[in-house]
Design a protein around this ligand. Structure first.
Ligand code: SF4
Ligand code: SF4
Length: 396
């Protein structure tokens, strides 16, 4: 437990920034506003001064921390190795303990704690939302319009095991997670099918809960630690070669925040590239473009594997978009908490996407899928959004 304000922020981490500014052009909020205060360097400076006590903590300044997407693009381009993800998580936890809570943030923290941390409640929420969508009731609220059309929820197979197709070569645990089985069950189904085809027996750890990523990103480290401790006990009770994750945000969080799983957490694209898939059975005659999910490209440094897997499909045409590595503005709860900035960033992304004239935009994170789908719908575009697992599964 911390003893003084800003104790969670490490002096060593903050001191790695040498103020060179090489990250500025990569930062979506700096690119949008051109303001130093909305840049990685500006935010690190602000947190450093708060910690040293050379600037008083003022609520108006917290806005600069709130507007950070936590996309970690700055971390990937920084030549000095600034651990920006760790800095912003600690900074946010500090800020949350010092600021006057707004109604919106209090509500989002309450919703996270009361909903996401409880799988049964998330499933009940999914069932109610599906019914509301059928009655066209969700179109009356903004967050309802952002949701994808929900399909029947992902069901864990009997006995918590999906057997390998043919000879069993690996045994993997699969992260089902909190919202993914409700929002994008088809991505999970495709992921499990690919794993089975690649010779994996897939184990679904019983009692697994939300990994805690959204809590950590929103400054609630206490809840994130609580979930991590419960999940770690669950995972370590089983045997597996890898814990496979098909949500980039969750994968990055597990790699950074779960020390006891070190080296065993794998993004689905990373794992499939490592073990290999059988030869595709069908052509996939589509023109596609790939959006790098920030927590895959920047936090996990995985950019090549998903592209290689896509290019391995017969008949596919992969067109690179401009700035594929720049955030789409989804960033967890950001599109709800900071809708104006999120939308400005999204519009630039949609322009880049449209220029590719692709049939399908592919990504590896539910937040990006939802943000892109919602933006394309608003523009009246017919372009589809798919998880990389869905695209790959089309070939089998
Ligand atoms: S975060 Fe890295 S790239 Fe950005 S100013 Fe600091 S040292 Fe330079
Ligand atoms: S995490 Fe993203 S939005 Fe935040 S400072 Fe870094 S590049 Fe900018």
């Amino acid at each position: 437990m911390k003893s003084k304000p800003f104790d969670l922020l490490s002096d060593d981490d903050l001191a790695t920034c040498v103020h060179c500014g090489l990250c500025l052009d990569a930062c979506p909020t700096f690119r949008t506003t051109g303001l130093e205060t909305e840049s990685p360097r500006g935010r690190i400076y602000l947190m450093t001064q708060w910690k040293r006590g050379t600037l008083p903590f003022e609520e108006e300044q917290v806005r600069h921390i709130d507007l950070c997407l936590g996309c970690r693009t700055c971390e990937a381009v920084c030549p000095s190795g600034v651990p920006y993800g760790r800095i912003i998580e600690a900074g946010r936890a500090e800020v949350e303990s010092l600021r006057r809570p707004s109604a919106k943030r209090t509500l989002s923290r309450f919703a996270l704690r009361q909903l996401l941390a409880h799988p049964r409640r998330v499933h009940a929420f999914g069932a109610v939302t599906r019914a509301a969508q059928a009655l066209k009731l969700t179109s009356f609220v903004r967050s309802g319009r952002q949701l994808p059309r929900l399909r029947p929820q992902f069901r864990i197979p009997p006995g918590n095991i999906a057997p390998a197709a043919g000879e069993r070569k690996h045994r993997v645990a699969f992260l089902v997670g909190c919202v993914m089985p409700v929002l994008y069950p088809q991505s999970h189904q495709a992921a499990v099918k690919l794993l089975q085809l690649a010779g994996c027996e897939v184990w679904f750890p019983p009692g697994e809960r939300c990994c805690g990523a959204l809590f950590a990103h929103n400054g609630d480290l206490e809840s994130a630690e609580h979930l991590r401790d419960a999940n770690t006990r669950t995972y370590l009770a089983g045997q597996f070669d890898a814990l496979v994750v098909d949500s980039a945000g969750c994968g990055a969080h597990l790699k950074d925040f779960y020390p006891e799983l070190k080296g065993r957490v794998k993004d689905i694209t990373e794992w499939l590239a490592e073990i290999g898939l059988p030869a595709p059975k069908k052509d996939v005659k589509l023109r596609v473009t790939y959006q790098d999910a920030c927590h895959l490209a920047h936090a996990q440094r995985i950019r090549k594997q998903p592209r290689d897997l896509i290019k391995s499909l017969p008949g596919i045409e992969l067109v690179e978009m401009r700035h594929a590595e720049i955030c789409c503005g989804a960033a967890g709860l950001y599109s709800t908490l900071e809708p104006a900035m999120s939308n400005r960033i999204l519009q630039e992304k949609l322009d880049c996407v449209s220029d590719t004239r692709a049939d399908v935009i592919v990504s590896a994170n539910p937040g990006c899928q939802m943000q892109l789908e919602s933006g394309l719908r608003t523009r009246g575009s017919s372009m589809k959004v798919e998880h990389v697992t869905e695209l790959l599964a089309r070939a089998y």
